[in-house]
Design a protein. Structure first.
Ligand SMILES: Cc1cc2nc3c(=O)[nH]c(=O)nc-3n(C[C@H](O)[C@H](O)[C@H](O)COP(=O)(O)OP(=O)(O)OC[C@H]3O[C@@H](n4cnc5c(N)ncnc54)[C@H](O)[C@@H]3O)c2cc1C
Length: 377
């Protein structure tokens, strides 16, 4: 622990958001990660489709993603150059052209594919059914397990502590710091980081604060076998232009998803049979694949702030209370940059120059943007 350190920091949540920040500050403060579930990454972080796409999300999300690319490469987290393909159908030509223009302006390697080129890349899509698509060749599969494990290792190497199976139940001011009551005991901390995923607003409530309006949204996925004889290893992630479904290779099989965004309470999300059935039907309608019985269905919660941009920053209403939430469907893409930014904010330092050069300002991520003047002291 360095001399200008605040001392003790408690991070609530052992997903990629909390762990990556904890790893970033572990050699600077005494860091304890508290996770309610028996193991790390139990909720959203253990259920993702593991894609890193520079064209996904709003302007700030894309900037945070771009700023993460180097760290993803340096950490050895880029598992495969997967690519991502948005497929248009009959009548979608103008929309595909428009999307190609928009995405090329962001990422120059993006290309408009003709129907023939698209069919050559993913032969299960009938040439006569598609008007072509938009291809992002540099989207990569990330090794999410490795990212979680690397953060946990770095945290431990910095002297940090991980407490799984322990739930935070109350947070209150305590002299110059905060008192954190859990299912296993009481801690005092100088800073508490709220990285509770779908529960960020619930955890704010434990500190007597109103929430910021985060909305968890359920997304359903499942596995199915590749068509007999097909070499799927280099298929990209294939996403319907209208986001009605997607599929992508995963360890010799395919992940399918409805690309659903169903509002949910924070919970241990469970797939609905109907959502799996609709996704199977849509993929079968759009391709020559016959899925039959999908296996291993799962669901997870992607949690969004009202403007779909993550929140990172101190709450002006309670000194020492730091928000790190709203990673939505982009947690693995943005976490390493959000961790660096959050570490700078916690240390009272300027944001990293490479991040501000991409047009990201602290105010754009601050919780203050959702607080009315009356709520702010
Ligand atoms: C189906 C699906 C596909 C996705 N695909 C992608 C993708 O391709 N690329 C991408 O980048 N992202 C993707 N995501 C999004 C990504 O998984 C999330 O953005 C990310 O995992 C969020 O991480 P987190 O740490 O904020 O939340 P979580 O992983 O949910 O972690 C929060 C943790 O806080 C804990 N907690 C809550 N309350 C308490 C408490 N009171 N006390 C102690 N602990 C508490 C919870 O138990 C939980 O483990 C996908 C998500 C889903 C569901």
């Amino acid at each position: 622990m360095r001399s200008n350190s605040p001392g003790k920091i408690i991070v609530i949540g052992g997903g990629i958001a909390g762990l990556s920040l904890a790893a970033e500050i572990a050699d600077w403060a005494e860091v304890t990660v508290i996770e309610r579930e028996p193991h790390l990454g139990y909720h959203a972080s253990g259920r993702s489709a593991a894609l890193f796409s520079e064209t996904y999300g709003n302007r700030l999300v894309r900037a945070l993603t771009l700023a993460s690319r180097q760290a993803i490469a340096d950490g050895g987290f880029a598992a495969h150059r997967r690519g991502a393909l948005h497929v248009g159908w009959t009548g979608d030509d103008a929309a595909v052209d428009r999307l190609a223009g928009e995405l090329q302006a962001l990422v120059p390697s993006v290309r408009r594919l003709s129907a023939a080129e698209l069919h050559a890349l993913v032969p299960v899509i009938a040439r006569e059914a598609t008007c072509g698509g938009v291809y992002e060749p540099d989207a990569v599969d990330v090794d999410t397990g490795k990212m979680l494990a690397a953060s946990a290792s770095a945290l431990k190497a910095g002297g940090g502590i991980i407490r799984t199976g322990e739930e935070v139940r109350a947070i209150s001011p305590d002299g110059r710091g905060l008192r954190v009551e859990t299912s296993a005991g009481v801690y005092s901390a100088d800073i508490v980081v709220n990285a509770a995923g779908a529960w960020v607003d619930v955890v704010a409530g434990l500190a007597g604060l109103s929430g910021l309006g985060f909305q968890p949204k359920r997304r359903t996925a499942f596995l199915f076998d590749a068509p007999a004889g097909a070499d799927i290893s280099n298929w990209p992630l294939v996403v319907d232009l209208h986001e009605q479904f997607y599929f992508k290779p995963d360890a010799g099989r395919l992940i399918g998803s409805l690309a659903d965004e169903t509002d949910s309470e924070p919970c241990d999300a469970w797939p609905e049979d109907i959502d799996v059935a609709i996704a199977v039907d849509r993929i079968e309608q759009a391709t020559s694949m016959r899925i039959g019985r999908p296996s291993t269905p799962w669901a997870g919660l992607r949690t969004f702030a009202p403007d779909r941009t993550p929140v990172a920053g101190f709450d002006p209403r309670l000194p020492g209370f730091f928000w790190l939430g709203g990673q939505g469907g982009y947690g693995f893409q943005v976490s390493l940059t959000l961790a660096r930014m959050s570490a700078a904010l916690i240390r009272g330092e300027p944001l990293p120059a490479d991040v501000t050069a991409l047009g990201v300002a602290a105010a754009a991520l601050a919780p203050d943007r959702f607080l009315t003047p009356a709520a702010t002291p």
